[in-house]
Design a protein. Structure first.
Length: 436
């Protein structure tokens, strides 16, 4: 057989977990159908793809400066494509602004990758396109883990958020396809599964084909019942859909990892209303209370936006108060960034940048202190740690709540769960010793 030199693809991924999964899907299609292999070096690539995020304005600016830079250093004849949410929202404008871009592939059109790479100037950004029945290629198992899409799009209308405009209406992927994909992952060596959707716990709201009724709690149950599945995580859930039945399943099912994302956005009921989040400060605190009392060792992460239009100092104090009570183990916090096509971009009473910046600083400073206190409380505790990486004779893994724990230990524990006592704990990771 002739030894054909493999084509190489470089892919850069910005943004959320969904984008990382989309990149993995793009890669598997290019490898299986087009004979590409992955490279980490732009200069070696025959195909360069930037998988973009448009949730805030900054990454959009970054895209055009990066495109220019990649175009200068790429090898002759290499193609450049823009994928993801900014591709969906700017579409053909990207090629107008950067004519050397070969194709634009929207966040909902990932399965068309093997088509667009052959059409110079292709723009595939239909947000009504249904990718939910598309089964992707093999692979995607790394360090015993696999990501699985369970829905696409988002039906919520949070007034600050561009995602419903870039990823389109919400469609759930039929449960049989998801369960088959999990089984395939087990066969490929995966033990931990991350279920993905923009509004993941609204699963079952709408299927594009006839499908038996199935909600997120039921799906979780069915996934964890598959032989060989050790741990299941999911992101991103919406606090509104965290009903009691879900919290009970979350607490009692040992295979569901005990970490949960509860994106607060704001602690002020008034601002939450303006954001159209559908819950109040009290309701959010009640959910946190329920989760913490059902799972004392749970890790709760959150997203917070400060400086939303009309946010008064009192409104901001509500957010500080929720932080004080909820004591999030992880917090992603942002200054509000007006986005095109969103309702909030037309709101009056915008908050001066210095005010928003100062609030963000206060919020983050207080959270750092809380993290230090949480870290101290971990010393002496014993956790089950799933070791998935070995580095220099050190085993590294996470406990069920997602805390990164390093420990000396026998390499035979790799891919298994060991009991570890914490001897030292920092804000983001801990050191421990294996006790059994
Ligand atoms: N459900 C999605 C949310 C996407 S956006 C998910 O799965 O992650 C991620 C986070 O970015 C949001 O929770 C919000 O806190 C933040 N965000 C979204 N739009 C924003 C905006 N216009 N300005 C600032 N932050 C924003
Ligand atoms: Fe965005 Fe709200 Fe959906 S934050 S992704 S519109 S749940």
């Amino acid at each position: 057989m002739k030894n054909i030199e493999k084509k190489r693809v470089f892919i850069e991924t910005l943004g959320c977990a969904m984008n990382h999964k989309d990149s993995a899907n793009i890669l598997s299609q290019l490898e299986e159908r087009e004979g590409y292999s992955k490279t980490e070096t732009i200069e070696d690539a025959d195909l360069i793809i930037i998988n973009t995020c448009s949730v805030r304005e900054k990454p959009v600016h970054k895209l055009f400066s990066e495109l220019g830079q990649f175009n200068r250093i790429k090898k002759a004849g290499a193609k450049i494509g823009v994928a993801g949410c900014t591709a969906s929202h700017l579409g053909r404008e990207i090629i107008k602004k950067a004519p050397y871009v070969d194709f634009v592939l929207g966040a909902r059109n990932v399965s068309k990758i093997t088509d667009v790479i052959h059409r110079k100037g292709a723009v595939e950004i239909d947000i009504n396109y249904d990718d939910s029945l598309y089964s992707f290629g093999d692979g995607g198992v790394a360090d015993f883990k696999k990501m699985i899409n369970i829905s696409i799009g988002c039906d919520k209308k949070c007034t600050f958020c561009i995602v419903p405009h870039t990823r389109g209406t919400e469609i759930s992927i039929p449960s049989e396809m998801i369960l088959d994909e999990v089984k395939r992952g087990v066969d490929e060596g995966a033990k931990e599964f991350l279920l993905l959707g923009q509004n993941v716990n609204n699963y079952g709201r709408r299927f594009s084909t006839e499908h038996k009724k199935m909600d997120f709690t039921q799906l979780l149950r069915e996934v964890t019942e598959i032989n060989g599945v050790e741990r299941v995580r999911f992101t991103s859930p919406h606090p509104l859909h965290m009903d009691n039945e879900f919290i009970e399943e979350f607490a009692s099912n040992p295979k569901i990892a005990k970490s949960i994302h509860m994106p607060l956005q704001s602690g002020s009921t008034e601002i939450l209303k303006a954001m159209k989040r559908g819950y109040s400060k009290e309701w959010f605190l009640d959910r946190v209370e329920r989760v913490r009392s059902a799972v004392p060792d749970v890790a709760i992460s959150t997203d917070i936006i400060v400086g939303f239009p009309g946010e008064s100092e009192d409104n901001f104090q509500d957010t500080m108060e929720v932080l004080e009570i909820a004591r999030f183990e992880q917090m992603f916090s942002f200054k509000y960034s007006p986005r095109p096509m969103t309702e909030a971009s037309n709101f009056k009473d915008s908050i001066p940048d210095e005010v928003a910046g100062e609030r963000l600083k206060r919020l983050q400073a207080r959270h750092l202190k809380i993290l230090e206190e949480i870290a101290q409380s971990k010393v002496g505790k014993i956790y089950d740690v799933f070791f998935d990486i070995e580095d220099n004779g050190c085993l590294i893994g996470r406990n069920s709540a997602g805390l990164l724990i390093k420990s000396r230990g026998d390499r035979s524990l790799l891919g298994k769960v060991g009991r570890v006592k914490i001897i030292e704990s920092g804000r983001t990771s801990a050191k421990g010793e294996v006790i059994s």
